[in-house]
Design a protein around this ligand. Structure first.
Ligand code: ADP
Length: 728
């Protein structure tokens, strides 16, 4: 070693300068690191450990620059990395371990060191002068510039980086430095050294550690680079924002972040270029990030992006509105309901009270009526008995209209009283069916007959028809009697003279129909549905005259219901009414306890028995009849035989098979007493009695009607025509 090659461009050959050519002490090291022009024929040679040397090309001598003036340090063993001879006549020396030195060529001395005091760098890797005469130098950590004007160094933090030895180049004013991360180029004029703020951009957004695509779930409207806002759902609980300061790749920036409305202060996160947040509460945030070159101050500028975390729908204002509305509605409903309930309760209580009161009043009324009826009945019965006797005595034409009037109204009064008592009895004891099998046609006909004289008196066309005379049916005689009686009684009551009343019986396989039709005044349509109600009476002026309590039809309906039948009414006001009763044949519809083996004869209403006991009979019984002649008028030979047997021991018996014959016998024999059946061919019992009572020869003879049925109706009818008593 020891030779220094030199290239001659003219000869195109290398000349080697041996170190022996000059002062052997001049160069203590072989390691030449850099060269710089030193004026004509001279070259500055920097060595690594051998200091700065000046080569005189013509004399081929090296001169070593000995010592640093103004400093105790010797210069002969400097480790030089770079050299720059600038236009101001200074030689800049970048050393390995003693920083930057400046050598004044004219004065042949190192300029005072303090002038360069700003610079603390120990290794200066490259030197270059820009077009404006500023000296640029790179180090292991950055780039500086020295200005003659201010005689000071300036550092450019944005150019921080590790720069390599002599990796520098100038091209038309633009400077290039090379380092471990590449080449940096810049125009010195464009650089600003103060308040340098790195330019930050958001580079990515991740949800649950996954990059979010544009438009996905409406989170990002555009590329994150340009986005101003990120929309998040309440359940987007893990988000990551990536960002970077752009400018120069050499610098490792430091970052600080702040999430407005979440962080109070800026958080310094070092060189980390992402921020992660978990479980952000719904709300609006602004994410801010700023950067700095390590060691520099944080600037005021930052990049920001808005984060909106939406409330879950159940926490939105309209959800709360909904809750409020629903809660309000519920409260209101509850309130209404409570009020309603309370009102209802009160109403019910009131109703109950009223009802109880009504019932009590009703009871009291009924009891009063019954009591009064009881009291009235006895004297009325007695009065009637007396009147009858007077009528008997005043027989024939002598019977005055007054007596007839008294008789008629008396019996009407008695009937009313009885009806009341009957009703009272049914009310208190309830309706119990005691149905037995019997001939319904005969039964109806018998009642029909009992009204015939009444019909005659009223001059009403009265008729009966039946599909058959023999009509087996299960029915309660006592109760059904009230039904038929009531229907007929009403028909007569509401039909004027000259009108018609018809009774018809119809037989079908399953049902029996009883139809009572009249041509009376009829029932207004509006009241049709009410007439079966208790105490209902059509409110018409005439009604008062007719009397009654409005209970007849209610009893009828209940009895028919008990029989499993139905009752219908058709009526045309002013034209007449038709009541149809439909009864079921057979006994399959009856409960065992509703049936009795044969018609009961012994459950006469108590009042009736009493009426009989306290009635005219008493006086009759008192008379001695022993040995008297009794005429027995009865079409049924068995019954005739039976009655004869009963009476024969005490009386003389004459018989007749029907009314006509009976009348003849009565005239011929003038018996003391006549016992007559009601239902008979030729002349029935009622007609017979009427004939007998009309005739002076026979009118005095007491008549007792025999009937299978017992009812007050016969008394009424009978009393009207003059019968004295009834025997079942
Ligand atoms: P009342 O004792 O008043 O006759 P009812 O219960 O027997 O009581 O009848 C109720 C009402 O039905 C009567 O007041 C009357 O207005 C009406 N009514 C019943 N039957 C007839 C009929 N055949 N013709 C016209 N109206 C009738």
């Amino acid at each position: 070693m020891g030779d220094y090659p030199s290239f001659d461009s003219q000869t195109q050959r290398f000349t080697t300068y041996k170190k022996e050519l000059g002062n052997p002490q001049a160069i203590s090291s072989d390691n030449i690191t850099c060269l710089a022009p030193a004026g004509p024929g001279k070259i500055w040679i920097g060595t690594f450990g051998g200091g700065l040397n000046l080569l005189d090309v013509s004399t081929k001598t090296f001169t070593r620059i000995q010592a640093q003036k103004g400093s105790a340090k010797p210069a002969d063993n400097l480790k030089i990395l770079s050299l720059l001879a600038d236009s101001h006549g200074a030689l800049w020396i970048g050393t390995w371990d003693q920083g930057l030195l400046r050598y004044d060529v004219e004065k042949q001395q190192f300029l005072p060191y303090p002038a360069l005091g700003l610079l603390n760098e120990k290794s200066i890797t490259a030197l270059v002068e820009d077009d404006e005469g500023a000296v640029w130098l790179s180090t292991k950590s950055g780039i500086y510039a020295y200005s003659y004007r201010t005689n000071s160094f300036k550092r450019y933090p944005q150019l921080n980086g590790e720069y390599h030895i002599n990796a520098v180049f100038k091209d038309q004013g633009e400077l290039f430095f090379g380092g471990n991360k590449g080449v940096v180029s810049f125009r010195p004029r464009d650089l600003k050294s103060t308040a340098y703020v790195p330019n930050i951009k958001f580079t990515g957004f991740k949800l649950f550690n996954k990059e979010v695509a544009i438009g996905e779930n409406d989170i990002l409207a555009t590329n994150i680079l340009y986005a101003k806002k990120i929309n998040l759902k309440h359940n987007h609980s893990l988000i990551t924002l990536d960002f970077a300061a752009l400018n120069f790749p050499f610098a490792d920036y430091e970052y600080a972040i702040k999430l407005e409305h979440f962080d109070e202060e800026w958080r310094e996160i070092g060189t980390q270029r992402s921020a992660t947040f978990t479980n952000l509460a719904p709300g609006k945030y602004t994410f801010k990030v700023k950067a700095r070159i390590p060691g520099e101050n944080w600037g005021d500028t930052f990049e920001a992006i808005h984060l909106v975390v939406q409330k879950p729908f159940w926490k939105t204002w309209w959800a709360y509105l909904l809750y409020t509305v629903v809660a309000g509605a519920l409260l209101y409903l509850f309130y209404r309901y409570t009020v309603y309930l309370e009102t209802l309760k009160n109403k019910l209580r009131l109703e109950q009270l009223t009802h109880e009161k009504d019932q009590e009043l009703n009871k009291i009324k009924l009891r009063f009526f019954t009591d009064v009826s009881h009291e009235i009945r006895t004297p009325v019965t007695l009065i009637l008995g007396a009147i009858n006797r007077i009528a008997e005595e005043e027989s024939g034409q002598k019977k005055t209209t007054a007596i007839r009037e008294i008789q008629k109204n008396g019996s009407h009064l008695l009937q009313l009283v009885n009806e009341l008592l009957d009703f009272r009895k049914l009310e208190s004891e309830g309706f119990k069916l005691k149905a037995a099998k019997g001939n319904f046609a005969e039964f109806v006909q018998e009642i029909f007959l009992s009204f015939s004289s009444h019909a005659e008196n009223l001059r009403i066309d009265y008729g009966f028809s039946a599909d058959t005379d023999d009509l087996d049916l299960w029915f309660d005689r006592d109760q059904m009697e009230k039904v038929v009686y009531n229907l007929l009684f009403n028909a007569f009551k509401y039909t004027e003279a000259g009108g018609k009343v018809r009774v018809h019986l119809k037989k079908e396989d399953e049902y029996v129909y009883l139809v009572v039709a009249d041509t009376g005044k009829g029932i207004p349509e509006a009241t049709l549905s009410k007439i079966f109600k208790r105490f209902y009476q059509a409110e018409q002026e005439q009604e008062a005259k007719k009397g009654g309590f409005g209970i007849g039809l209610s009893i009828v309906k209940r009895i028919i219901k008990l029989h499993g039948g139905t009752i219908l009414v058709e009526s045309a006001y002013g034209k007449g009414s038709t009541f149809s009763i439909r009864l079921r044949r057979g006994d399959s519809h009856l409960q065992p306890n509703q049936k009795v083996p044969f018609p009961l004869q012994d459950h006469l209403p108590k009042y009736w028995e009493k009426a009989v006991a306290t009635g005219p009979d008493e006086q009759l019984q008192a008379q001695a009849f022993a040995g008297a002649t009794i005429l027995l008028v009865e079409d049924n030979p068995d019954i005739r035989q039976y009655v004869r047997q009963l009476l024969e021991p005490n009386f003389q018996i004459v018989e007749a098979e029907n009314g006509k014959e009976g009348l003849a016998v009565a005239l011929a024999e003038t018996p003391d007493l006549i016992l007559s059946d009601v239902m008979m061919p030729e002349l029935d019992g009622i007609a017979l009695t009427r004939e007998l009572k009309k005739d002076v020869r026979t009118s005095h003879i007491p008549v007792i009607l025999l009937t299978a049925r017992t009812s007050f109706i016969y008394q009424k009818e009978g009393l009207q025509i003059g019968a004295d008593d009834y025997v079942t």
